[in-house]
Structures are given as C-alpha cells and as structure tokens.
Ligand binder design. Structure first.
Ligand code: IPE
Ligand code: IPE
Ligand code: MG
Length: 254
C-alpha cells in the first residue's frame, strides 16, 4: 500500500497528495456526501442531476481512497430520514445503486474492492437490494478497500435495533443485564468488525451529523468543507487527510 501511494505521489504530484504521510493514513474514513441538490440548483439543473453527478464523485473518491491505502470507506448514501423527500427524488435515489454498479462493478472487482452495505434492507425496493447484494457477493472474496454504503441507514435505528437484540439476549439468559459491556452492544451494530471511523468528512457546509454513526463517531476527527459533493475532488480528500494528520488525538488523555 505504501509503495502504491508513493507511486501515485510521484505520478500525480499536482493532485494535492504531496506531504501526506503514508504511514499515518486514517484506517477508516466516513463521508456524509451532502450538497447534491444545491450543486444542481446553482447550475439551474434539477436536483436529480446533482445526485447523478454525485455518483461520479463516489467512484472518484473510492479510487482515491484505494490508492491512498485507506482500508475502510463508508459513504452515507441514503438516511432513514430521506424517505421524507418527494417520491420522484426517492425513486431516483433508489435507482442509483443499480446504475452505479452496472457501470462500475467490474472495475471495482478488478481493483480488489469489497462492497458492503449497512442499513435497513427490508424497506429497500427489490431492484436496489438485488444490485447491492450482487455486488456484495461478487466482491466478498476481495481483500482490498472495503467500500461500505450506508443505505437506508440511521444511527438511532441502528442503536435501537441493537438494544432490542440485547434485550432478547438478557431475557433468554444469555447475558446478565449487569454484565453488559460495550462489546456486547457493538456486535449488534451494523459496522460489526470494522474499526470506528478515524475521520468523518461532511461536504456542503452543513455542520451536523444528521443521524450518522452515532456510536462509532465518538472519537472521530471531524472535517467539514463548503464544497458540494459533486465537486469533491481528490485534492479536497487529500486536504482533509492532511488536516487529520496534523491533529493530536487524545481520547480524553493528555
Ligand atoms: C446529499 O445531497 C445526497 C442525499 C442526501 C441523498 P442532498 O440531496 O442532501 O443535497 P442538498 O443538501 O439538498 O443540497
Ligand atoms: C445526510 O444529508 C444524509 C446523506 C448524505 C445521505 P441530508 O441532506 O439528508 O441531511 P440534513 O437533512 O441536511 O440534516
Ligand atoms: Mg442535504
């Protein structure tokens, strides 16, 4: 990985990847991909054109994460609250995974990327779920970047579901209520097995979490940019990582 990053830095120094420390890369980066609608509006386009353009940014940043040697990339694609949007927009968003994977799955496979998804599967239309499941199955033996889509994901829903499962364990006598530890809850979270995000990026100037990874972001470094998601480039990504590498993570210590 470090070798690949060095090669990339040498090949494309103009991309803003200079001065990144290859041995201090975040292991897990999570991104709230926001601003598609405003990007479209600013160009006199319909909101869905923004989502379409955002899809290209997904590919671009996935490939950048891979080149940078990041192990986990979690992308917030659709929240449990996004169902409130007009049906036409929701329908379009539900078609996007299928469209994205029809174009990109082969290339993701070639690049050894593992596709995953976290979120509520039941409410997703069949065509959305089928496309995602196919990508998960076909990339399951890959060993490179883990590309984790948060699709119909909500942090509170995730926690509530985990608490319900813990309740069942207690009722069944599998664990003792007094003996509950963080790891018991964590094994029921949708990130099971993944490390917590080291870095959270949110685009489009909004300074909030919007129900994203409420448990896992406890000690993540937060980085915000005014850039709208469709305009988010490799150099912005590198800027976020550069800033991350300058920070001192203390976890409450000194
Ligand atoms: C982010 O862009 C994509 C999703 C939430 C699905 P938005 O659609 O929220 O764009 P803005 O925030 O309205 O500009
Ligand atoms: C968060 O963006 C959800 C995703 C990026 C998928 P929103 O645009 O839905 O968040 P709010 O409504 O501005 O908080
Ligand atoms: Mg938004």
């Amino acid at each position: 990985m470090i070798e690949r990053l060095k090669k990339w830095v040498l090949a494309k120094p103009q991309r803003g990847n200079l001065s990144l420390q290859p041995d201090a890369m975040p292991r897990h980066v999570a991104i709230i991909m926001d601003g598609n609608g405003r990007w479209a509006k600013s160009r006199g386009l319909p909101r869905i054109a923004g989502h379409h353009s955002g899809m290209k940014a997904v590919k671009r940043i996935t490939m950048a994460a891979d080149r940078l040697g990041i192990k986990y990339l979690t992308l917030y694609a659709f929240s449990t609250e996004n169902w409130k949007r007009p049906k036409e927009e929701v329908d379009f968003l539900m078609r996007l995974p299928q469209e994205f994977l029809a174009i990109e799955l082969e290339d993701l496979i070639r690049n050894n990327v593992q596709v995953r998804m976290m979120g509520d599967r039941e409410e997703l239309p069949d065509f959305t779920l089928d496309a995602v499941e196919e990508a998960i199955v076909r990339t399951s033996s890959n060993t490179g970047l883990v590309l984790n889509f948060a699709l119909n994901y909500g942090g509170r829903k995730e926690l509530m579901d985990a608490v319900r499962k813990l309740g069942t364990d207690i009722q069944a006598g599998r664990i003792d209520a007094d003996g509950i530890e963080e790891r018991h809850l964590e094994r029921y979270l949708l990130t099971g097995g993944m490390p917590d995000p080291d870095l959270l990026i949110r685009t489009s100037g909004e300074l909030r979490i919007s129900n994203f990874m409420l448990w896992q972001l406890a000690y993540s470094e937060l980085w915000f940019t005014d850039v709208y998601w469709p305009e988010f480039q490799d150099e912005h990504f590198c800027e976020a990582i550069r800033e991350y590498q300058r920070r001192a993570r203390r976890y409450g210590g000194l």
